[in-house]
Design a protein around this ligand. Sequence first.
Ligand code: ATP
Length: 309
Amino acid sequence: MSILEVRGLRKTYGPITAVHDISFEVQAGEVFTIIGPNGAGKTTTLEMIEGLQEPDAGAITFDGLTWAKDAERIKFRIGVQPQSSAMFDLLTVEENLDLFATFYPKSRTTAEVLEMINLTEHKKKRVKALSGGQKQRLAIGLGMISDPEIIFLDEPTTGLDPQARRNIWDIILKLKTMGKTTILTTHYMEEAEKLSDRVCIVDQGRVVSLDTPAALIERLTKEREVRLTFQDGEEAAIATEQVAQNQPTVVRTAREGTTLQLWTVQPEETLYGVFGFTKERGYRVEQVSIREMSLEDVFIAFTGKEWRD
Ligand code: ATP
């Protein structure tokens, strides 16, 4: 069931068109991720959906509700992670949650939200004493205090270390098990790949691709990269490359010193062939790896841009 429908969104700032034409539907209970290069229009899109900016054209419908007619009802069904500047630095974690709860007619208890964001131990700490990751978790908690159906997280993990980032992932996965819908923007491919049910790649204010991470990768290519490193010097790598090039499953090859890379549509078949040859010759293979295409490869293929991290 679609819980949010976005059709033909457009937004210009003077001569700049931030969003040209964006359409998508979000299903209830999914983690929907918008990724794109700098200035692609992700934040502008999110802010229009959240009712913070008025689109120049297009329609946004939440389960049949529109901002023009049903703003109050929408506000109680969505949760937006506030900027850290919206938190009260001198108040404690608990006091911030209590205060935000008063903005809504119905809310979750502060204790419940503290558990969800794993901050119960730190509830008496003032916001100014929190780490970056703890602050972000509190921001998510503040967005969840009204127990919304849909939660918007705009780059919740940017600038965090890997452990702090994983703590945020845990919260997003928890939201999913609770049946919430999460709309996320991120700068991290790994995150999009791990967390999302569907990924929407946006570039220059347009949707360039939208699908499950696996389908996006699958659509691009079925190739795998097989990498072999030889113990017996370059000669072994050169000879094996020649043999590999004659295999029908091998699409292309590359070699650097003793390391050979093979792109193949059937890694198993390729490896049987290659190992048959190396065994016959007595070449010793030091390392073997098979790499699947990643979402980053897909991103670069669709937008022609390197990803920034
Ligand atoms: P980032 O990944 O850097 O956060 P983004 O994908 O979120 O980028 P937006 O912030 O939506 O992109 O910006 C899209 C384009 O619109 C950019 O060219 C940006 O400079 C421009 N823009 C955004 N907000 C404004 C504004 N208030 N006034 C003028 N131009 C703006």
